[in-house]
Design a protein around this ligand. Structure first.
Ligand code: PLP
Length: 394
């Protein structure tokens, strides 16, 4: 733009608003914009009515956020998807959209720590009841569903003991009682399992984890049928939990290598789990790919022949042993997240399940010596070597 004759104030106020390029960038630009210019009142009406494509205000919709939503819609074989500022944003909005005062949520008894806190402490403020059930016991689930909960919330693979949930059987039971099934599919990813294909109503991801895959962006996505997503989209707008465009752009960039990363980490995890299961310093190893895992057969039929990137194992010596082990690690990092390119370990008793008492933790099998590992894309030999030298020091 030619600034000749304009005041410095006007030059500055409109600086950088018009980008001119004859060629299209190979990668989508980041629309780091809160608002979009609309040509006329008529166009505004058309956009609001959905007859014309366009954006008005980023809390209502943004090109980068929309791109992430389209990609997850396809990956999860859904009608539509809605992106949120975090995985918790997706879970919270989904529950608030589907339930109201007087309703009950039936939830798995081992859930991500934040989800657990939301259910135990915050949903009750809205007059919503919460019941918990062992998701590996279909008989108990059938009984709990007889009370007519509005929603059943489960994780496709639970954290940290990596139990596999029979989404297909649960969905069949739930549809008989009119209960909507919401699945946190973060650990499985849509590559290992697509909950909507086997009867679930909503599938949710913490995109902060495997989808994004690089620990540089937070986000969450929920996917499902059109009507449900329309309700969720409005909830997201009014609660203001929408995703930032740059975070959406970063997550989409991460998704481009998702199949490569998932293939590699699943291979690594299977081999590392086998190694740990034979190591004398390890009391028990939890990995659905091991024959010793209680859900091995179910995992073989439910998942796509792979068993995920997470391996949990219990060390001799309780919290003391875990502490010594974590300090001895050289390449593997201690970090309270998962699903990134580096191998990380976390200590469930002191992180995700910190809010529970020791008794409550032990009831669900989370002991002081339990380590949860998220396998990265390094060479398997290096992961094994680092684990080996740290286990030596126990
Ligand atoms: C991390 C995580 C969440 C929460 O996601 P945030 O992006 O941290 O809000 C929910 N469920 C599971 C299984 C997770 O691992």
């Amino acid at each position: 733009m030619n600034g000749k004759g304009r005041s410095v104030e006007s030059i500055c106020a409109s600086a950088g608003r018009d980008v001119r390029s004859a060629t299209k960038p190979l990668m989508a630009p980041i629309y780091q914009d809160s608002v979009f210019e609309v040509e006329s009142l008529e166009q505004l009406d058309e956009i609001y009515a959905g007859r014309e494509d366009g954006f008005i205000y980023t809390r209502d919709g943004n090109p980068n956020v929309g791109t992430l939503e389209s990609v997850v819609t396809e990956l999860e074989n859904a009608d539509d998807a809605v992106a949120f500022a975090s995985g918790m944003g997706a879970i919270g909005n989904t529950l608030l959209s589907l339930v109201g005062a007087g309703d009950t949520v039936l939830a798995g008894d081992v859930l991500y720590g934040g989800t657990n806190l939301l259910l135990r402490k915050h949903l009750s403020k809205f007059g919503v009841g919460v019941e918990f059930v062992d998701v590996t016991d279909l008989g108990l689930i059938e009984k709990a569903l007889e009370l007519g909960p509005r929603v059943m919330l489960v994780e496709s693979i639970t954290n940290p003991l990596l139990r596999v949930t029979d989404i297909e059987a649960i969905s069949k039971l739930a549809s008989a009682s009119g209960t909507r099934v919401v699945v946190d599919n973060t650990l499985a990813t849509p590559l290992l399992m697509r909950p909507l294909d086997i009867g679930a109503d909503v599938t949710i991801h913490s995109a902060t984890k495997v989808l994004g895959g690089h620990s540089d962006a937070m986000g969450g996505v929920a996917a499902g049928r059109f009507e449900t997503m329309a309700v969720l989209r409005e909830s997201n707008r009014v609660w203001g939990s929408t995703l930032d465009p740059f975070a959406a752009w970063l997550i989409v960039r991460g998704i481009r290598t998702l199949p490569l990363r998932v293939a590699r980490v699943c291979e690594n995890a299977l081999r590392v789990a086998d190694y740990l299961s034979r190591h004398p310093a390890v009391l028990s190893t939890h990995y659905p790919g091991l024959r010793s895992h209680p859900d091995h057969d179910l995992a073989t039929s439910m998942l796509d022949g792979r068993f995920g990137s997470m391996v949990s194992f219990e060390l001799r010596g309780g919290v003391e042993g875990a502490s010594r082990f974590i300090r001895a690690l050289e390449m593997i990092r201690f970090a309270a997240s998962l699903g990134e390119t580096c191998t990380t370990v976390s200590h469930p008793a002191k992180t995700s399940h910190r809010a529970l008492s020791e008794g409550e933790r032990e009831e669900v099998g989370i002991y002081g010596g339990l380590i949860r590992m998220s396998c990265g894309i390094e060479s398997e030999e290096d992961i094994e070597a680092d684990l080996g030298q740290a286990l030596e020091k126990l």
